[in-house]
Ligand binder design. Structure first.
Ligand code: ASP
Ligand code: MG
Length: 421
């Protein structure tokens, strides 16, 4: 069995969906489980809906209308007006979405509410793709990933309960997947009380890896809008080089520091079962792309990784007392509770400095908790982080002017520059 994963960019419009159908038809009609993300930028659109609804903003109705219109246009381009393929299911999901939005009982906690709503992007996209495959003569079985990806209740960053997930996948999904082309959602799961949970933004790659691991797949292929894993983001840097092979260890490092081509959690389950990962272009599927596996040699190439929307946080003690283990422990407890991930960290006698993905509401919650810790916090938003994995002379020349550097740090095999663009 193989696992294919198609992200939002691959199904952003009707032509994208047709292309996905062509790829499935050519490379994987039988014995393939296909993981699909929400279409285009529709997860961002749902985030706007969630924000507006939670804060009772007037723009809510407009956001919902746009979200529906976007999917309706794709439906009407894919299916002739007289065909009800997909439309009934999608109409029903709109209704469920609207009921969930209106349901005040879901609003007791922002992250919980977020997960109840955000899942509709994947539910709708998979319904549309599944219906289109059927319409094109490709028999397939749509499944609801929430039945199989069982998680804890850490909303928006849920942890997989491996044992339960493994049992339900072997008992219920394996028999289906052995016989059918299966279409499943990425990103979403089910919590201890049957509620929706999600694995973190861009988490569909991770879903593909979980299915691969627990179904004993031969390989995972992530179909992307780039030729494979490059040594720099082709949208930001000229003349990037395609990395034809990568070891699991190199892939984890690159993904961790923000090479957005693979979600960082994806590699571990694959490595554990020695399942190769292919990253290939959906617009040029004949090209080989990148192979990530245990045979691949270590990287001989410098890589440049760019992460935008970063914020630097500097915590300092009052009255020049030392930052000691107790304060650090309190800070890390807070980061964990608020689901704040540190991209970089540094400490000195009286300061602790870290760089995080900017997130206004989490920062507000953090500030609210700080008084009890007797620490001051300085926040500098609007930054970018450039990481050079295995620096080589030459690539340094592409670096921005040293006067823009806010922080420079060396880790294991990388050098990181946090800059003010
Ligand atoms: N649709 C989700 C997101 O945009 C998950 C994914 O794309 O992997 O974050
Ligand atoms: Mg997405």
């Amino acid at each position: 069995m193989q696992i294919f994963k198609f992200g939002g960019a691959s199904v952003k419009d009707a032509e994208g969906v047709r292309n996905v159908a062509r790829i499935i038809e050519k490379y994987g009609q039988s014995n393939v489980l296909v993981v699909i993300s929400a279409m285009g930028k529709s997860t961002n659109a749902l985030e706007k809906i969630i924000h507006a609804s939670y804060h009772n903003e007037d723009s809510l109705a407009q956001h919902v209308a746009e979200f529906k219109q976007y999917h309706d246009e794709i439906l009407s381009e894919l299916f002739p007006a007289e065909h009800l393929f997909g439309r009934i299911d999608v109409q029903n999901l709109y209704l469920e979405l609207e009921c969930a939005i209106d349901n005040a009982n879901l609003k007791h906690d922002y992250d919980f509410y977020y997960d109840q709503i955000i899942a509709f992007g994947e539910l709708i996209s998979t319904r549309i793709v599944s219906a289109f495959l059927l319409f094109s003569g490709l028999r397939n079985q749509w499944v609801d990933s929430r039945n199989f990806i069982l998680t804890d209740d850490r909303y928006r960053d849920a942890k997989v309960m491996w044992e339960q997930t493994s049992t339900v996948i072997s008992n219920r999904l394996q028999p289906l997947a052995d016989k059918n082309l299966v279409i499943a959602q990425g990103f979403i799961g089910k919590g201890p009380n049957g509620e929706n949970t999600t694995l973190g933004r861009e988490g569909s790659d991770y879903t593909a890896a979980i299915f691969a691991r627990l179904l004993g797949a031969q390989s995972v292929t992530i179909w992307k809008d780039v030729p494979g894993v490059m040594n720099a983001d082709p949208k930001k840097f000229a003349n990037p080089i395609l990395l034809k092979e990568l070891s699991y260890a190199d892939a984890i490092e690159l993904a961790y520091y923000g090479a957005s081509v693979i979600h960082p959690k994806t590699i571990q389950p694959l490595q554990a079962a020695n399942i190769p990962l292919f990253v290939k272009s959906f617009s040029d599927p004949e090209q080989e792309g990148t192979r990530v596996d245990s045979r691949s040699t270590n990287l001989a190439q410098s890589c440049l990784i760019h992460k935008s929307n970063q914020a630097l946080l500097r915590f300092s003690t009052r009255n020049l007392t030392f930052i000691a283990e107790t304060q650090l422990m309190q800070l890390f407890t807070l980061f964990n509770a608020l689901k704040i991930r540190l991209n970089l960290m540094q400490n000195s006698a009286t300061h602790f400095t870290c760089v995080i993905d900017f997130n206004e509401s989490r920062l507000e919650s953090l500030k609210a908790e700080l008084d009890s810790l007797e620490m001051e916090l300085f926040v500098q938003p609007g930054l970018e982080m450039i990481s050079i994995y295995q620096p080589e002379p030459g690539i340094e020349a592409q670096l921005p002017d040293a006067s823009t550097w806010v922080l420079k740090q060396q880790t294991d095999r990388s050098t990181h520059y946090v800059i003010k663009p």
